[in-house]
Design a protein around this ligand. Sequence first.
Ligand code: XMP
Length: 522
Amino acid sequence: MNQIKPTVEETVPILDFGSQYVQLIARRVREAGVRAILIDPTSSAEAIRSLNPVGIILSGGPSSVYQADAPRCDKNIFDLGLPILGICYGMQIAAEILGGKVKKGNAGEYGSARLTIANAPGADDLFTGVPSSTSVWMSHGDQVNALGSDFIPLAATHDCPLAAIRHRSRNFFGVQFHPEVTHTPHGGKILENFLYRVCKASGTWQMGNFMELSTEAIRRQVGSGRVICGLSGGVDSAVAAALIHRAIGDQLTCIFVDNGLLRKNERQNVESTFRDHFHIDLRVIDAEDEFLSALHGITEPQQKRKIIGKVFIDIFKREAKTIQDARFLAQGTLYPDVIESGQGYWRTAANIKLHHNVGGLPAELGFDLVEPLRELFKDEVRRLGEVLGLPETMVWRHPFPGPGLAVRCIGEITKERLELLRDADEIFLEEVVAAGLYRSTAQTFAVLLPVQSVAVMGDDRSYNPVIALRSVDSSDFMTADWSRLPYDLLARVSNRIVNELRTVSRVVYDVTSKPPGTIEWE
Ligand code: XMP
């Protein structure tokens, strides 16, 4: 787990007991305007105090508090005088520490349940603006089943008589349900009540504010040093570069490697945004030949990835050496990467995407890292990009894999095949944008298959390749469903591809969800 760094910004630390929803809690708190960070649940009360907390949240988790090896928090946090909200396991562990009892419930509750809010003293603090009978999302087997007289029950469901509680003298609230998920329609309001009515937060977590604070932090870290930033065309590195440039101006040099595997006009877009609009010192390296010759004859996907990763690092190193006095390397690392690389015992299977690290740079390059987005989730990075004035097309761009079109050009990679794929991809994207569907799909692209198929063009028989169209809806890219694009749109795309490109004989649409199909074909 990432180390605790003292801060002056008003913060709500979330003790992460391993709930699958823990990141959602952080996002909801941030959306409500308060900085939230996930921390090791065993952190000492002293360390937590250094975070300038306005309140503390204890997350849910898969353990049972009565198991000997269940994760516990420092009981001194209840003496810090801070408001504390326990959610699910977080409520159970707090109730146990403060004198209550937790047992396996008669019936576990999973899914929606009806919550009835009691007319109890102090229920308002948490439930102002929430109907007295409302739907909540439950996911628990255990429950608090006996409370000392120090507690007041605030709400119940059919199977859980103590679904919300508060402590009489300490500022502790507990909810057995999950306010952070959208299936709890008034969950946002409950969290907001906790933050603003109970914690009396002032709501300073705004992107404009974040931008000012990080600008200062970058200046402090870098001093008069020189920073290199590798641009990929994606939103993370673009936002990192724009932010760093705002902080240190021409002490920043950006490197963009044109590997010949980019989408149509990608290089021109990067050049016009960074060089012409932001006036950033941008070096574009034309490395198409180097990549294509290294990939010559290679068809196996993982081998393609390895080669591309290696060539990229070689080129980047070479170029970085020519930049005098470069001491710092900027990276667009995001908060989920920081959390997932944590070592906590409650993290399992977090690094599913390890093989995707093409374009990553090894630590032995010897630079100090500047990672100004380490605290942000993707949607926050996008908002920051907008505040920084990046063009909408860059801020809302779909993710694009490090190995680029190489993993969408199935089979052998040649300049001609890439050209064809690029043109088909552009037609598909143009039509999806024109139909107003780009933002609602998560990833939309064309794939060139190593399959020839027969077509009749005029009176001639042709025998040409097949293009597959792939478009998926997804919020986390771990699971995805194929987009239900309108037939008319698909018909327009297919027509344009076969007519305008002439050398494609057939267009197919991929209707495979993930799992089992991955988003990319290779
Ligand atoms: P899959 O294909 O595994 O993709 O469902 C999930 C997400 O990861 C992207 N992806 C990659 N990104 N290097 C990357 O930087 C890669 O090698 C790579 N392979 C897949 C994919 O585009 C999707 O967003």
